[in-house]
Design a protein around this ligand. Structure first.
Ligand code: ZN
Length: 381
């Protein structure tokens, strides 16, 4: 889901929200201020319910953020690049740009989220007990107990062994470690996800028919989301299986035409874009070391009249944001990286020099060739 509003950075990780977060915020706020709190703590003023509900809802989102930040920070520590965190309708998503290279890292990244939620649940319980002991107002205690409960529920729900939930990732890591086959593990976790999603949809439907209210609709929505994400993950895993054994060097475009950064965009267009059939050019410095990548899309954004004064350096995607690999790496590793900021281009480096470029077309072509090589193998997962 897209980021509607960027909130800033925490520990170098971009934090944003999607507008759908307002829906869940409103549901929680109304549920607490007009539902739960008046029931559990009668005899309070309406404004007190509203304040307690508002603060509890905000702290809930901070808890959610802590859960996602834990995923993101542990991922970074394990060499996995993080694009950012987005809060939305169904909670939070930490978007990772690479996949774990071993089951241990996969497990650590997945498990730390529910662990943080569990710890928060315990901390809010202790605070609630403390608040009771020193005789704070009933609503404060009520809000703290609700926060303890909701964090515990968040941890428990996320531990269900079904992808894309954290429990599904833990299952994948465990199966991966046991059988040494990441694809098989990922497919099993995704199928569990589809089953769990379907069960949630069915439960929601039954609740909608048999119980008053629209609570069942929520289960159906979450179930549907889990089912479709799990399906997409299974496809992704199958794709990776198809690419097994193919190296980056086998499919990359060799020795791409490089350009220097101080060139003007005008010179780039007349001397390179018109002369070569490529749509992206690695940018190098005076000694031939890469500094970034410039693509047709980026060139097009420079107004026609300003092409003479704008340098290639100023419009190029900086090297830090360009996915990089080397010729010996397995091609399957690139699938996640290719969704990045540079129109899906990946730079292939060898000893600090640009030796190739991989584009989505190269991947499509290699998939078609893989089909030719082993037509029947793909369904045996
Ligand atoms: Zn999580």
């Amino acid at each position: 889901m897209q980021e509607t509003l960027r909130l800033g950075h925490i520990a170098g990780i971009r934090i944003g929200v999607n507008w759908t977060v307002l829906v869940i915020f409103a549901l929680i706020f109304v549920g607490l201020a007009a539902g739960r709190f008046p029931l559990t703590h009668p005899d309070e003023e309406p404004w007190a319910y509203a304040v307690a509900g508002g603060i509890a809802a905000v702290v809930f989102f901070l808890s959610l953020l802590a859960h996602e930040l834990a995923h993101a920070l542990v991922a970074q520590r394990n060499g996995i690049r993080v694009e950012g965190i987005t809060l939305w309708l169904f909670g939070g998503v930490a978007k990772l740009l690479d996949e774990a290279t071993d089951p241990g890292a996969d497990l650590r990244v997945a498990a730390v989220g529910p662990l943080v939620s569990l710890a928060l649940g315990a901390a809010f319980s202790l605070l609630a007990l403390g608040a009771t002991a020193i005789g704070l107002a009933g609503l404060v205690v009520g809000a703290l107990w609700w926060l303890a409960l909701i964090n515990a529920v968040l941890a428990a729900f996320n531990l269900v062994p079904a992808a894309p939930l954290d429990g599904g990732r833990i299952l994948r890591a465990a199966l991966w470690r046991r059988h040494g086959d990441r694809t098989r593990a990922a497919v099993t976790a995704s199928r569990a996800g589809r089953g769990f999603g379907l069960a949630l949809v069915a439960t929601g439907l039954a609740a909608l028919v048999m119980l008053p209210g629209l609570g069942g609709l929520w289960f159906m929505l979450i179930g549907w989301f889990i089912m479709t994400s799990a399906g997409a993950e299974e496809q992704h895993a199958q794709l990776q299986h198809t690419l097994d054994g193919i190296r980056v060097g086998d499919v990359m475009s060799h020795d791409p035409v490089t350009v220097t950064g101080h060139l003007s965009v005008d010179d780039l267009v007349t001397s390179y874009v018109w002369r070569h059939r490529f749509s992206s050019f690695p940018v190098v410095d005076g000694s031939g070391h890469p500094t970034g990548l410039v693509t047709l899309n980026r060139i097009k954004q420079v107004p026609f009249g300003r092409r003479g004064e704008v340098s290639v350096d100023s419009i190029a995607c900086p090297l830090a944001e360009v996915p990089q690999t080397s010729p010996e790496r397995p091609l399957s590793e690139l699938l996640t990286a290719m969704g990045g900021a540079t129109d899906g281009r990946v730079l292939v480096l060898d000893a600090g020099r640009v030796v190739g470029l991989v584009s989505p077309t190269d991947i499509t072509r290699s998939l078609e060739l893989a089909d030719l090589r082993r037509p029947a193998e793909r369904n045996h997962l």
